[in-house]
Design a protein around this ligand. Structure first.
Ligand code: PLP
Length: 300
């Protein structure tokens, strides 16, 4: 495999991907017993990295994981890895995708923590952002509302960003097989939750709405930023439970994540949303988000 410049930081050691090895007895491999976070950079600077690391601490509490590093160390190592990536020839102007994965560790097979023979292990993966291209904003995205429901908060709580994404991955695969870009999921009562790797919003008569956290979704860093931007921009916004029919009838639907930022959904289950074009509120929030990133990261 040709190395695209990808660089790995494994427990503090910066390595070529070919040299970054994890044991088959690692619990992330055996059980998906790991947590992760993803940020992207803008001119080399990650957006809201600290907030992502606070969320990772919350995830750790939800699964009784004790990190062997502090969040401050994770932050330092992520920043160091981004710098190391950009120090490579021809990479100094490249933005990156940065993923940190923390595994509970490795040891003997078996769930009991007494089987662990290592402390938590972390890997930071730095890839060029160009590996994760979004479709052009104007083209938007076409999604399927999956038959597969989002995990119940009393099962694998969606508030925890764990390394076990199989439920979402399967929803994605079914959607992709049917020709959609990705999938949205409802909860067991039929209320909309979120997408496989992104949060969900709709706009009707100028009111912006998104599912509340307690329906069972990830507390997205971008979602939170958008809710604040709505307040700043004087756009009424609500966190409410809603069924899929509200989306079909909405003026606009959009999704959010650190990678997708604010991104329009132009069709759902093959039905056109609004006039089939990115709407004015989605555009306004996209512009406001771009501006927020520029201000916060002091990008001229
Ligand atoms: C299930 C899920 N929802 C929402 C998001 C968006 O979160 P953020 O805005 O913090 O990237 C993600 C991101 O990975 C996700 O996996």
């Amino acid at each position: 495999m040709k190395n695209r410049g990808t660089l790995i930081n494994l427990n503090g050691e910066i390595l070529d991907p070919a040299d970054a090895k994890v044991s088959v007895f690692d619990r992330s491999f055996l059980y998906g017993d790991s947590l992760y976070e993803v940020v992207r950079t803008y001119r080399g600077k990650p957006f809201r990295l600290k907030e992502h690391l606070v969320r990772m601490e919350k995830s750790a509490k939800l699964c009784q994981m004790r990190f062997s590093q502090t969040s401050a160390e994770y932050e330092r190592e992520i920043l160091r890895s981004i710098e190391a990536y950009r120090a490579q020839p021809g990479k100094q102007d490249e933005d990156v995708y940065a993923r940190i994965v923390v595994s509970r560790g490795s040891g003997k097979i078996g769930f009991g923590l007494g089987n662990l023979e290592t402390p938590t292990l972390y890997a930071i993966i730095i890839e060029p952002i160009s590996m994760f291209p979004n479709k052009p904003f104007e083209k938007g995205t076409q999604l399927q509302i999956s038959e597969r429901i989002r995990n119940h908060p009393r099962a694998l709580d969606p508030a925890m960003k764990s390394g076990n994404y199989l439920n979402s991955l399967l929803a994605y695969l079914t959607a992709a097989e049917a020709g959609y870009d990705d999938a949205l999921m409802v909860d067991q009562q039929g209320f909309m939750t979120e997408g496989t790797t992104f949060n969900l919003f709709y706009v009707n008569r100028g009111i912006v709405a998104t599912a509340p956290l307690d329906v069972g979704i990830l507390d997205g860093v971008t979602r939170r930023a958008i809710l604040n931007l709505c307040i700043e921009q004087g756009l009424p916004c609500r966190e409410v439970r809603f069924p899929k029919e509200y989306l079909y009838e909405a003026d606009e639907v959009f999704v959010s994540s650190s990678l997708k930022e604010v991104f329009p959904v132009l069709a759902l289950d093959g039905k056109r949303i609004g006039n089939g074009k990115a709407g004015p509120v989605t555009r306004k929030l996209r512009d406001a988000f771009d501006d927020l990133v520029r201000r916060e990261l002091s990008l001229a």
